[in-house]
Ligand binder design. Structure first.
Ligand code: GAP
Length: 448
């Protein structure tokens, strides 16, 4: 099509463009939407769950499978409550909060520009704020029927504490020697005072964390190793390098458990924000869990007989935040020569929710086109669409980031070939039907 040439293109400017695309096309939308939603909670739809799973699989492949020195686990969300005393969360995991007496809203004392917005909206020039109070961000729950304090438990605010609880068991079961790591992906919960920026700050979210245990003399080396590895990962996802940076924490920013920290930040339309943290947690966690559990989690060097508590280098990435960065980064609007425009998501093929759309040029070609798509389905996530004109069908796939569209036309019946159109360049290749699977494999599952 002559009109299919882009004259200009622009990136995402406002988050609401992405929020509306995500809801309309079934990536992410408010949880319990029919009841008006619930602030800080989101549901991933048919395309969102594919994107998220592809990201989690890539992380698992890179951090666990491709290394001989990292083991995976999947621990329970509710841990023994003493875990959170040992980790410091019962005491320290809180934000200062203030209430506005006029509008009855609650704000983080360190984000008071939000309170400014509230007073502007209410038409008042002054806000009537209470003194800051400390508000613990852990969600609490009760175990069993008993209502007494002993039955109180928490939904984990980070996934990593079970990796310390399980340290001895995993080391012995897997026969790992230092240095080695334990990793997991799972849900975490924080009762954030002001959830905001779409999924960026949610109350329920997913983390992919890895705790790497090493001898005290090697902590700097491993910190640098993991900082570089993790930055490489974000580049490999295809995120624009100009919108990625690392930022070291100043001493007064460090969390209570941290000796050093570097954030990986992405430049969203709402500014530079953290998507991952790499932390030198020292011996804080193993020492505290040894103290609180009464079980010595130290290690003896078999050669020197030296007894020591391993140091921990942590990598902690938000899956939802990274998905948001991927979507924000991929969003492009192109003006085409014919005057039309197209919205596309330039997602890395390995992350794309749908890998290939099979589009018969006419409903009369449904049977052979179905045979082709059913064959491809064993290997790829395939979308079959025979409704509407072909240009519109391409646009619908562009908008959700499908890297390839296979068009089955009337000639296909005779020559055994189909046309494969690539999303970003819109270039087309004529490929033998027998070779389609190989063609796609080479392009959507590139060697790591
Ligand atoms: N174990 C260390 C830890 O949890 P963190 O910096 O508090 O460190 C790590 O969290 C990552 O988890 C963040 O970089 C972010 O990607 C994600 N995260 C934290 N709070 C979040 C929230 N409220 N909503 C979405 N993601 C969040």
């Amino acid at each position: 099509m002559a009109s299919d040439r882009a004259t200009t293109h622009r990136r995402l400017e406002r988050m609401d463009e992405l929020v509306s695309l995500c809801a309309r096309r079934g990536f992410v939308f408010p949880s319990s939407e029919i009841y008006g939603g619930i602030n800080g909670f989101w549901d991933y739809g048919p395309l969102g769950v594919e994107l998220k799973n592809n990201l989690k699989q890539w992380w698992w492949q890179r951090v666990v499978r491709e290394r001989s020195d990292v083991e995976g686990v999947d621990s329970s969300i509710i841990a023994h409550p003493r875990t959170w005393d040992a980790s410091g969360h019962t005491e320290h995991f809180s934000d200062p909060m203030v209430d506005c007496r006029a509008c009855k809203k609650r704000f983080r004392a360190d984000q008071l520009e939000d309170a400014g917005k509230c007073s502007a909206r209410e038409g008042s020039s002054e806000h009537d704020l209470t003194e800051p109070r400390s508000f613990n961000l852990m969600f609490s729950t009760m175990i069993g029927a008993s209502e007494d304090a002993a039955a109180q438990a928490y939904l984990r605010p980070e996934t990593c504490q079970s990796l310390f609880n399980d340290f001895k068991r995993v080391r012995e079961a897997s026969r790992q020697k230092l240095p080695f790591g334990i990793a997991q992906i799972g849900k975490a919960f924080r009762n954030e005072i002001n959830p905001r920026n779409f999924t960026f700050r949610s109350r329920e979210f997913e983390q992919a964390e890895m705790e790497f245990f090493c001898h005290p003399s090697e902590r700097e080396r491993w910190f640098e190793h993991w900082r570089d590895e993790r930055m490489k990962f974000h580049h490999d996802l295809g995120l624009d390098p100009a919108r990625l940076r690392t930022r070291s924490h100043a001493d007064d920013e460090l969390a209570h458990y941290c000796k050093a920290a570097v954030d990986v930040e992405y430049e969203f339309p709402f500014g530079w924000q953290e998507i991952e943290g790499i932390h030198d947690r020292g011996d804080w966690d193993l020492s505290r869990h040894s103290e609180y559990s009464g079980k010595d989690l130290g290690i003896t060097n078999p050669e020197t007989k030296e007894r020591f508590v391993p140091m921990v280098i942590e990598t902690s990435v938000g899956i939802d935040r990274t998905c948001l960065a991927i979507l924000a980064d991929a969003f492009v609007v192109e003006e085409l020569e014919g005057g039309e425009s197209r919205t596309l998501l330039q997602i890395h093929p390995r992350l794309a929710p749908i890998k290939v759309a099979v589009l018969p040029l006419s409903k009369k070609l449904a049977e052979p086109a179905h045979t082709l798509s059913d064959g491809l389905r064993k290997r790829f996530n395939v979308f079959y669409d025979d409704a509407g004109n072909i240009g519109r069908r391409y646009r619908r796939q562009d908008e959700v980031g499908t890297p390839f569209c296979v068009t089955y036309d009337f000639e296909s019946v005779d020559d055994g070939c189909v046309t494969i159109r690539e999303r970003d360049s819109m270039s087309q290749d004529r490929v033998s039907i027998d070779a389609v699977s190989r063609y796609l494999t080479e392009r959507v599952e590139p060697a790591a």
